[in-house]
Design a protein around this ligand. Structure first.
Ligand code: C5P
Length: 221
């Protein structure tokens, strides 16, 4: 048996991108290395939590010591989240594709013969928003992420309200910051107490600080 403030607490972390197939060889996706999500899962596990790590196809391997659920699409991620519930804490760090191709082809689309493909899109489920609005079985603490390129605090506060989550971990991913795909992050934690700006630090340190904050929030309840 381990120790730490989160022993006996079940948490889920979504991470990585989702891939939405166009045909068997092509997909649309958001950019995401999965590094921040994996670091959060590792940090929560280090504090003793029972972590279900639900990951899309990421660049890096999942952390040790967590239950890993590998998915490809947003719909699969949404189903995996439902299967992981109930949890005390949900951290939604995945970069979920907002749309999927509504009728993905089961054969590779041929280049010249068919001309340009006409793709129709359908909206993907917003997993964070759905879980945050659950009337029964909602995690006690729901944490979302927001990657913004401008007016970070303002946009993230609006997002927190819109999504119905308790906290938003917001970061500025405009290209000049070098954060996207890098090892550091500069985040602002948005809660009902306002905006807390954290200094720029490694993604692992962001994760550790967030995990401690989560443990504190659970013990305060
Ligand atoms: O709306 P936006 O994609 O910027 O919101 C980001 C937050 O919402 C992240 O926490 C992300 O994991 C979550 N999200 C989700 N399902 C979606 C889209 C975003 O869980 N379909």
């Amino acid at each position: 048996l381990g120790n730490g403030p989160l022993v006996g607490k079940r948490v889920l972390v979504t991470s990585g991108p989702t891939h939405e197939p166009i045909d068997p060889v092509r997909y649309i996706a958001n950019r995401s290395s999965g590094a921040q999500g994996a670091a959060v899962a590792r940090a929560l596990s280090a504090l003793g939590a029972d972590v279900v790590f639900i990951t899309g196809p990421a660049d890096i391997p999942p952390p040790d010591g967590v239950s890993v659920v590998c998915v490809e699409t947003a719909q699969q991620m949404s189903d995996a989240v439902d299967a992981a519930l109930p949890v005390e804490v949900g951290v939604f760090a995945a970069a979920v594709a907002d749309w999927r191709v509504s009728s993905a082809s089961d054969k590779k689309l041929k280049k010249s013969r068919d001309g340009l493909p006409e793709l129709e899109f359908a909206e993907n489920p917003d997993i964070l928003k759905r879980v945050a609005h659950m009337e029964s079985g909602r995690p006690a603490l729901v944490v979302g992420f927001a990657a913004e390129t401008d007016n970070v605090i303002e946009h993230a506060m609006a997002k927190r309200t819109r999504k119905g989550c308790d906290w938003i971990v917001a970061n500025d991913v405009s290209p000049a910051t070098g954060i996207m795909g890098g090892s550091e992050n500069a985040v602002i934690l948005i809660s009902d107490e306002g905006a807390e700006e954290w200094p720029r630090m490694g993604k692992d340190d962001v994760a550790k600080r967030l995990a401690v904050k989560i443990a504190d929030a659970l013990t305060e309840q």
